[in-house]
Design a protein around this ligand. Structure first.
Ligand code: DGT
Ligand code: CA
Ligand code: CA
Ligand code: ZN
Length: 596
């Protein structure tokens, strides 16, 4: 993380904490403003002296001292003491709609509220009514917000859960005695949001595995520490990215560890991967075959016998690997992503779903010309490093003012820069001159057709007016899909997971039009978007619609989001044939040219 980013987080946190301790409102505002200033500075603020800092608009004496202390020591004493004073959970309470800092402060000081849970406890009591400005109506509003907030915050976006899951798996695999470790549950199935993380291990040193799981630094709470099952709550590190995480708001996620015997690892992995609905179908199928299936294995069904087969010492017909269990059920191995009881039980063979390694091109990426953080050369190098044969440069169009969208003049200038980059990189990669052109509210595009026709690739995306009614949204998107110069519709609904629902167009109409006009629909791989979502992909694939899986890169790390796009694609049963990014260079370029 850059110093300026760290600084902005500290400044934001300072501002929030000052608010909660009832500080002077000018001081609160000064820190909040400084946070925005810090984010937008190109110079590294840790390298500036006091004079230069004070010369920046929005940085006064107090903030300058704050910056210098942070640069020198890595912390700020004022902030540290405020953190000790204010319970960490209060920031979350402050986030609840209808609760301002004054009220939150009172709830804390007078009623001992320190987080959402303790607020939920006092909300039904009489004491809360004694607070100034607190009537039944306000209380009802808070209650409603509290339930909504707990609902939408329960599940973490896949990409956020991945930060914990990847680490947890690595930690278990490195623990002495551990023979096998796998992630299961919704994470393995690649769902867009995760309730909790499930980990399975086989070990001959059980106590070490329990300790590795329950005693790591990021464990906030151990809910259970049993022989074969442990449950913990983990703190999720916040990361600054394109979508800011709220200052001071600590996300947490639960994780379950199961220690299972080596001989039943496959059966356990199947059971704990789920989904529950898929498991139920499998058990029905087993019963029809005179077998019984549980997390220990597939057993002969001895009707009338009491207790589980494993407890009676019955030998399973299969249990060690998933492959063996599925085989004995007379089924191909079902990829985890489609274990959702949506027809996969009847598959005759394992479908050849698209894989991470199939992806050979990136067709939606930004540079510093608009709101990206990578200069053109860096972007191209990232694509080369991933082994891609093609990289498309698709900066924002003029209407995306907040994203520094390009005027037609600037877009033409960029073409010159792209020509220079082509000469520089030679045959290492094909660089496409493109645009992510805004689909305006009425479905028209943000550049003239003449301009669009000059580009190698056009990704058209909705960015504004995302609360349109479904009918208007359908018409709007249909117009873009039908446009002869458009190749791909970027993040078609504009949803942001847990944040905004986005457009709700008639997806079947869009898909039919996309097939007819040979336009691809995008799966935007950013974990905040995953748009198209899995169900849309599924419908699109069954209609034969082309799909693009792109990362919409703004910074080098964004390329790593591809795995989330791919799991969403797999959940939609996408095969490499329909995925334009999985095509060879020749095939891809032929399609792109067919629209010119
Ligand atoms: P999540 O955590 O809400 O994102 O979703 P899952 O699918 O990871 O659910 P979780 O963590 O409650 O359980 C993991 C898997 O364990 C689940 O997918 C299927 C299996 N499982 C758990 N409880 C049951 C149950 O009561 N019946 C059956 N058949 N399977 C269960
Ligand atoms: Ca789970
Ligand atoms: Ca679980
Ligand atoms: Zn974009």
């Amino acid at each position: 993380m850059s110093f300026n980013t760290t600084l902005a987080e500290h400044l934001n946190e300072m501002s929030t904490l000052l608010e909660l301790t009832g500080a002077n409102r000018f001081k609160i505002a000064a820190f909040a403003k400084a946070a925005r200033v810090a984010e937008n500075q190109t110079a590294d603020l840790s390298t500036l002296d006091t004079k230069d800092l004070l010369a920046i608009d929005g940085i006064g004496k107090g903030v300058a001292a704050f910056i210098e202390e942070l640069a020198e020591t890595g912390e700020v004493t004022d902030l540290v003491s405020l953190r000790e004073e204010v319970p960490a959970g209060l920031a979350e309470v402050l986030d609840i709609q209808g609760l301002g800092p004054k009220t939150v402060r009172q709830l804390w000081q007078d009623l001992g509220v320190t987080d959402r849970q303790s607020l939920a406890k006092v909300i039904d009591g009489d004491e809360i009514l004694s607070l100034p400005r607190m009537g039944q109506k306000t209380i009802d509003n808070i209650k409603r917000s509290l339930t909504f907030a707990s609902k939408s915050n329960q599940r973490l976006p896949l990409g956020v859960a991945a930060r914990i899951a990847d680490k947890l798996l690595e930690r278990m695999r490195e623990t002495p005695g551990v023979k096998q470790a796998e992630l299961a549950g919704s994470f393995r199935r690649g769902r867009d949001t995760i309730g909790d993380i499930d980990v399975l291990v086989v070990t001959d040193k059980e106590e070490l595995a329990r300790a590795a799981f329950c005693e790591a630094d990021d464990v906030l709470d151990v809910i259970a520490r049993g022989e074969t099952k442990c449950s913990i709550r983990i703190e999720v590190p916040t990361k600054k990215g394109r979508w800011k995480t709220d200052p001071g708001k600590k996300a947490t996620i639960g994780a379950d560890l199961r220690i299972v015997p080596a001989e039943s690892f496959g059966a356990a992995l199947m059971y704990f991967t789920g989904s529950k609905e898929h498991n139920i179908r499998l058990r029905e199928r087993a019963l029809k075959q005179g077998l019984t299936l549980n997390e220990y294995g597939l057993f002969p069904d001895e009707k009338g016998e009491k207790g589980s087969p494993q407890s009676r010492g019955v030998k399973p017909v299969a249990s060690k690997t998933e492959k063996q269990v599925y085989a004995k059920l007379g089924m191909p191995v079902i990829p985890p992503e489609i274990r959702e009881d949506l027809g996969e039980i009847d598959l005759e063979e394992t479908p050849k779903l698209v894989e991470l390694k199939d992806i050979k091109s990136e067709l939606h990426a930004h540079t510093t010309a608009s709101d990206g953080h990578m200069p053109l050369h860096e972007l191209v190098q990232c694509a080369i490093d991933r082994g891609f044969h093609t990289i498309a440069v698709t900066d924002h169009s003029r209407s995306s003012v907040q994203a520094n969208g390009l005027s037609e003049d600037r877009l033409r200038e960029q073409r010159e820069e792209i020509e220079e980059a082509k000469a520089h990189f030679g045959s290492k990669v094909t660089i496409l001159a493109g645009s992510e052109v805004d689909i305006l509210a009425d479905g028209s595009l943000d550049y003239d057709d003449d301009m669009l026709a000059e580009l190698d690739i056009v990704v058209a995306s909705p960015h504004a007016a995302l609360t349109q009614d479904p009918k208007t949204a359908t018409k709007r998107l249909l117009r873009a899909i039908e446009h002869p110069l458009v190749h791909i519709i970027g993040h078609p609904t504009g949803r942001l997971i847990n944040r905004r629902p986005g457009l709700e167009p008639a997806m079947d109409e869009l898909i039919a039009a996309a097939v007819e006009h040979d336009t691809a629909l995008e799966i935007n791989s950013h974990w905040m978007r995953l748009d198209l979502r899995d169900t849309h992909v599924r419908a699109a694939v069954s209609a034969g619609c082309k799909i693009a899986i792109d990362c919409d890169d703004h910074m080098p790390e964004d390329f790593d989001n591809l795995r989330f796009g791919v799991s969403t694609a797999r959940r939609g049963m996408l095969t490499p044939e329909l995925c334009v990014n999985a095509w060879s260079k020749t095939k891809l370029h032929k399609w792109l040219k067919s629209k010119r």
